[in-house]
Design a protein around this ligand. Structure first.
Ligand SMILES: Cc1cc2nc3c(=O)[nH]c(=O)nc-3n(C[C@H](O)[C@H](O)[C@H](O)COP(=O)(O)OP(=O)(O)OC[C@H]3O[C@@H](n4cnc5c(N)ncnc54)[C@H](O)[C@@H]3O)c2cc1C
Length: 368
């Protein structure tokens, strides 16, 4: 069905990934007239992801202040490749510490398509294959030359978001990430690897129903001149299946920026730094932020609720988890400069509780 883009909307959302589609879903559900603009067609392709998310139960444990997870996360069965119940945290020695972890390894493309569908069902419109060049006052300027107005403009375009680029003067640490999809049988446990194989970051192996998603991210300042490609090839070549897909991207790893709202502009998802740095979780966290932003936008348009309530509600729901995650990442960044031989000693049954608390964004010790 071809739809006619109007000249103006209540809300324009730049980017229809997990963050943007979720803002669209909740603001449209609350009565707003919403347009999402995305440069890709279809949204979500090509794949740029490790594809692991916690189950709803695991999210309740990780983020206890976020309400009503089952309304927010309605992952359809066809978007789930495999359920996992174990996580292995693997030091350089290769001898894993094993933890119970309820995770879903997704078919991420199908997952993002389902979020777009949910937003459409609530009444949001989508304009795809159209890049946003810039935003000037209330106008969103498209690469095709068209310009569309909105009362509220949301930047949900990830690390290259045009609103963030032009109106926020805050730097975030971004780590480059590479991954492959590989054929083979890799068991049930998801694996996170730490050490010199992924300096300042981590490597992963997430088993799918068939094959696995395998990749890593590094901090370039830790890499001692060795290229990202070399790190990626070395880690990936430990597994010996056929590679059916190669992808890359970048992850914001310094946590959320100070303010998400400036006048009638809002940022959400990766553009606002909504990734938990201690474990790289961005999909579900972008959706938590997206729901809050969407609800506040709808209440603002209907009842004049200030847009700054978005930041207040975020801090209430996610502030503690994000602070703990940032702290763990900073401590981890120092620890992971240590030689592998020392890391092998540090990852032991006595420290496993502390390591698990760090990865799951809780205070590592009772004092910090
Ligand atoms: C390689 C890799 C592996 C990852 N693995 C995991 C994982 O296993 N689990 C996890 O939870 N998170 C993972 N993440 C992080 C996760 O993918 C992000 O945190 C999440 O996608 C953030 O959602 P978002 O909607 O903010 O941004 P995105 O998903 O990046 O969506 C942004 C959208 O904006 C569009 N866009 C960009 N610029 C413009 C423009 N100028 N005009 C119009 N549209 C535009 C893009 O086309 C895109 O559709 C990974 C990230 C990478 C790069």
């Amino acid at each position: 069905m071809i739809f006619m883009v109007q000249d103006s909307y209540d809300v324009i959302i730049i980017g229809g990934g997990p963050a943007g589609s979720t803002v669209a879903r909740y603001s449209a559900e609350g009565g707003a007239n919403v347009l999402v603009i995305d440069g890709r067609d279809p949204i979500g392709s090509p794949l740029q992801c490790g594809e692991l998310v916690p189950t709803n139960d695991e999210m309740r444990r990780l983020c206890p202040d976020v309400p009503d997870m089952d309304d927010l996360f309605q992952t359809p069965v066809h978007a789930i490749s495999r359920k996992s119940t174990k996580m292995h945290i693997v030091p350089p020695s290769g001898k894993p510490l094993e933890f119970n972890f309820d995770g879903l390894v997704l078919n991420r493309v199908a997952h993002d398509e389902a979020l777009v569908e949910m937003a459409k069902q609530c009444g949001a419109e989508f304009l795809v294959d159209e890049y946003v060049e810039s935003v000037v006052e209330n106008s969103v300027k498209l690469r095709s030359g068209k310009s569309i107005k909105a009362k509220i403009i949301v930047g949900a375009a990830g690390h290259s978001d045009p609103l963030r680029r032009d109106y926020w003067d805050e730097k975030s640490l971004k780590i480059p990430v590479k991954f492959v999809l590989m054929d083979g049988d890799y068991g049930d446990a998801v694996e996170l690897h730490f050490g010199s194989m992924a300096p300042g970051g981590y490597a992963w192996m997430f088993p799918k129903s068939s094959g696995a998603n395998i990749g890593l991210g590094i901090q370039k300042s830790f890499s001692r001149g060795k290229s990202m490609n070399k790190y990626a090839n070395e880690f990936i070549s430990k597994y010996d299946g056929e590679i059916s897909f190669r992808g890359a991207g970048s992850l914001p790893m310094s946590g959320t920026i100070k303010n998400f709202v400036k006048g009638n502009y809002l940022l959400v998802g990766d553009s606002a730094g909504m990734v938990l740095p201690s474990n790289g979780a961005g999909i579900t966290i972008a959706m938590v932020g997206g729901r809050i932003a969407g609800q506040v936008i709808a209440e603002h348009l209907k009842d004049g609720v200030p847009l700054s309530d978005y930041e207040k509600r975020w801090n209430k729901q996610m502030g503690k988890v994000m602070r703990n995650s940032k702290r763990s990442f900073k401590i981890g960044s120092i620890l992971f400069r240590l030689p592998d031989s020392l890391l092998n000693i540090l990852f032991n049954p006595l420290t496993r509780g502390i390591i698990w608390r760090a990865v799951t964004c809780r205070r590592m010790f009772w004092i910090f």
